[in-house]
Design a protein. Structure first.
Length: 157
C-alpha cells in the first residue's frame, strides 16, 4: 500500500457503498462474528440498504489513492419536539472501522473527528457511541464520557 499519499475523509458516494460493504463484511469476519450467506450477497444487500437509508445514516469514508480504507457512520434520530426546539436531532456514531494495515496512525480518530464535525453542521443535540474496548480512549479524547442516565437493554426474539 502506498503510504506516501495522505488519506482523506469525505462523504461516501453511492459508488463507494460496495467498498464500504466489503469493509463491514471484513470487520465482522475479523471479529469472529457469525456471518450468513456469501460476501457478495451481503455487499449487494448492504449497498441497497445504504442507498435507501442515506438520509438517516450518513457515511464518511477514509480514502487513500482512491481506495476506501476506512468508514464511519452517523445515524440520525429525530427527537420529540419541545416548545423551544420544534426540530431536534441526536446522532449515534456507528461502524467506525479502519483496515488493519492502516491502524495506529490516528486515522480512526480522523474519522471520529469528521463525524463529530458533521454532527455539529447538522445541529445535533448530542451524539452517542457504543464503542469497542479498543476504541474507548479515542472517543474519550474527543469528549465522550459515560452517562449514568443512558441505559440500554438487549431484546431477545
Amino acid at each position: 500500500m502506498d503510504t506516501d499519499s495522505r488519506p482523506v475523509v469525505r462523504p461516501a458516494t453511492a459508488d463507494d457503498f460496495p467498498a464500504v460493504a466489503r469493509l463491514r463484511w471484513w470487520w465482522l469476519r475479523e471479529t469472529g462474528e457469525r456471518v450468513a450467506g456469501s460476501g457478495e450477497d451481503f455487499v449487494e444487500h448492504f449497498t441497497a440498504w445504504a442507498r435507501r437509508n442515506s438520509t438517516s445514516h450518513r457515511c464518511l469514508v477514509l480514502v487513500r489513492d482512491d481506495i476506501v480504507i476506512g468508514m464511519g457512520w452517523l445515524a440520525l434520530v429525530q427527537r420529540v419536539p419541545t416548545p423551544l426546539a420544534p426540530e431536534r436531532l441526536s446522532g449515534d456514531v456507528q461502524c467506525v472501522y479502519v483496515v488493519p494495515g492502516e491502524r495506529d496512525a490516528g486515522l480512526g480518530g480522523q474519522l471520529i473527528d469528521a463525524l463529530l464535525e458533521l454532527a455539529r453542521e447538522l445541529g445535533l443535540e448530542r451524539v452517542t457511541v457504543h464503542s469497542s474496548f479498543r476504541a474507548i480512549s479515542a472517543y474519550c479524547r474527543r469528549g465522550f464520557g459515560a452517562s449514568p442516565r443512558l441505559l440500554q437493554t438487549h431484546l431477545t426474539s
